[in-house]
Write a protein that binds this ligand. Structure first.
Ligand code: FES
Ligand code: FES
Length: 161
């Protein structure tokens, strides 16, 4: 039996029929057709599924879809405004591109959402705070330095949030 869940995803109200055992990650990728959040481990180890739930970064594989009724979610698809053709990337996306902080890109959506949550709370994070914010996000390609540089280079800048 499915449950109806009403939530706001990337600023849009969504009414979704959800099986009670489905994770939020599966709901986002399948029912909501937002495949930007990645499934690396499905057990809370890799951070590839990170989204922002009511202002906090969470591993969406560890939350049940039925738990988000009445909540607000931002996924990687909602980071930049894609409503206008040719709209610019979010500053975090631009920065990670410019700093070479994305290689295969599998970890990138989760890292960007963790970084966005950090900058929302702490517009000028220290190196240590930036590293702590992405401590739950595994990257097998970059060695993290370029990711941290991309976060720090836009911290406090206008439009970073
Ligand atoms: Fe959720 Fe790895 S897929 S933490
Ligand atoms: Fe490949 Fe991070 S860029 S896992």
């Amino acid at each position: 039996m499915k449950h109806m869940v009403s939530t706001i995803i990337n600023g849009e109200r969504r009414e979704l029929a959800i099986k009670p055992y489905r994770s939020l990650l599966d709901v986002l990728r399948n029912e909501a057709e937002l495949t930007g959040s990645k499934k690396g481990c499905d057990v809370g180890d890799c951070g590839a599924c990170t989204v922002i739930l009511d202002g906090k970064p969470i591993n969406s594989c560890l939350v049940l879809g039925v738990e988000v009724d009445g909540s607000e979610i931002t996924t990687i698809e909602g980071l930049a405004d894609h409503t206008a053709p040719g709209a610019p990337l979010h500053p975090l996306q631009e920065s990670i591109l410019q700093h070479g902080g994305a290689q295969c890109g599998f970890c990138t959506p989760g890292i960007l959402m963790a970084a966005k949550a950090l900058l929302d709370e702490t517009p000028r994070p220290t190196d240590e705070e930036a590293r702590f914010a992405i401590a739950g996000n595994l990257c097998r390609c970059t060695g993290y330095t370029k990711i941290v540089e991309s976060i720090l280079s836009i911290s406090g800048s206008e439009g970073a949030l």
